[in-house]
Ligand binder design. Structure first.
Ligand code: GUN
Ligand code: ZN
Length: 423
């Protein structure tokens, strides 16, 4: 049966980084049937045209595409908010010991289930995750995503050096395991396999080359990795790859730069790296709560003019599961660089921008006819502090911005996946 949802339906006709707030549109109603968005319009018109549809009236709440988290480490769910110093210390002290625990497939299932419950409660309906080195950690992720009917992306994290015993594969086993997982999961239901070398410091050139070879054999997959997150890391890459022109070149030289490449962080880029990323049609992902939490640096939002830019929590390096908190951090980071991001730009980054970064913008991340019906209902007065701040709102953006700056999972009133109410 078709469902007609009434509320303040937010959708985008264009890119607010190009057209400003005019790229956004607020309608009264959205009609959902057979898992897809069938119509957007006025409540009166859609009621009249679809008298059989079941109507749910969400009043003044915002109805949006579900959030898309373009870079997350689900295995780091349990170590979120661990006190630490810099990236490499944090990896060694918290991340690697925790990722070791995923040698136990039952633990992987437990954390994957917990991660998806948290993600959905925060309104995140699609995500692109790193797993651990263990193939069973990928199975756990996809099994749990499949059970919830989600469009989800992930891959086995490959590392063959500079990681502890027990967390290292080899160039060959990384290729073999990734290929077997890709064959098993890619394109099954709404799931996509992502070729995932962790980052250049933990992969030999041979392993990066093996990932490049696998990607050439499966060109429709995405490839994700980390790029230029911290200055110490960049100096380390320079030592490890003396032949390379820069950090990006360590990937480029092995066939890991083209459309479908998704680089997390991408903060300290050279002019050559920016130009090559744009020429190649690659995506970068802004992880603002992580970049402040681990002290990595201030992402340049100017990259939205030449690249596909997504937004992400990067949990557990990131300090929140909430894309609302992540939008707030993106706003604050941009302010420190002299740019005030409009709420339309922030919301777009968390939905369509991330979907574009994952090359899934025609399926998810917007309320548009034909799109998959992953929707969230956002209460724009979810706490007393937010409610009082919106009382004098004169337009939709003034009504939304307090939720961006102060909101969290309490603002997520309902979640629809593929046209079914799940939360
Ligand atoms: N660089 C390589 N691995 C990681 C990780 O797990 N988290 C973050 N933030 N950066 C990384
Ligand atoms: Zn990461």
């Amino acid at each position: 049966m078709a469902d007609l949802l009434l509320g303040q339906v937010l959708s985008f006709d264009g890119d607010p980084f190009v057209q400003g707030e005019k790229a956004a549109r607020v309608s009264e109603a959205v009609l959902v049937d057979a898992g897809r968005i069938c119509a957007v319009g006025t409540a009166a018109n859609l009621r009249a045209a679809h008298p059989q549809a079941r109507v749910t009236d969400y009043g003044k709440a915002l109805i949006s595409a579900g959030f898309v988290d373009a870079h997350v480490h689900y295995p780091q769910t349990a170590i979120i908010a661990s006190w630490g110093k810099r990236l490499i210390d944090w990896l060694n002290q918290y991340t690697f010991p925790e990722e070791m625990r995923f040698a136990d497939p039952a633990y992987a299932v437990e954390v994957a289930a917990r991660y998806f419950d948290l993600a959905l409660a925060h309104g995140t309906t699609s995500m692109c995750s790193y797993a651990t080195i263990h193939p069973a950690s990928v199975d756990a992720f996809f099994d749990q995503a499949q059970a919830r009917g989600l469009r989800a992306f992930a891959g086995k994290t490959c590392m063959d050096r500079n990681a502890p015993e027990g967390l290292r594969d080899t160039a060959q086993s990384a290729y073999d395991d990734s290929k077997a997982l890709l064959t098993k999961w890619h394109g099954k239901d709404r799931l996509s396999y992502v070729i995932t070398p962790r980052f250049s410091p933990t992969s030999t050139p041979e392993q990066l080359a093996a990932m490049g070879a696998l990607w050439r054999e499966h060109p429709d997959c995405l490839m994700q990795t980390h790029l230029s997150e911290q200055t110490d890391e960049i100096a380390w890459v320079k030592d490890l790859f003396p032949q390379s022109r820069d950090y990006l070149d360590t990937y480029e030289a092995q066939g890991l730069l083209r459309e479908g490449a998704v680089y997390g962080h991408a903060i300290h880029l050279t002019a050559r790296e920016k130009a090559r990323l744009a020429e190649a049609g690659a995506s970068v992902v802004h992880c603002p709560t992580s970049n402040t939490f681990i002290g990595s640096g201030l992402f340049d939002m100017g990259l939205t003019q030449s690249l596909r830019v997504g937004l992400a929590t990067d949990t557990g390096g990131g300090s929140s599961f909430s894309m609302l908190r992540t939008m707030a951090a993106a706003y604050e980071v941009a302010q420190l660089r002299g740019q005030a991001l409009h709420p339309a730009q922030l919301w777009w980054l968390a939905t369509q921008g991330s979907a574009r970064a994952l090359r899934a913008e025609h399926q998810i991340g917007n309320i548009a006819v034909g799109h998959e019906a992953d929707l969230i209902v956002v209460n724009l007065a979810s706490t007393p502090a937010i409610e009082q701040a919106t009382r004098r709102a004169e337009d939709i953006w003034q009504a939304i911005f307090p939720t961006i700056m102060l909101g969290d999972d309490r603002a997520i009133q309902a979640v629809w996946i593929s046209g079914s109410l799940v939360l």
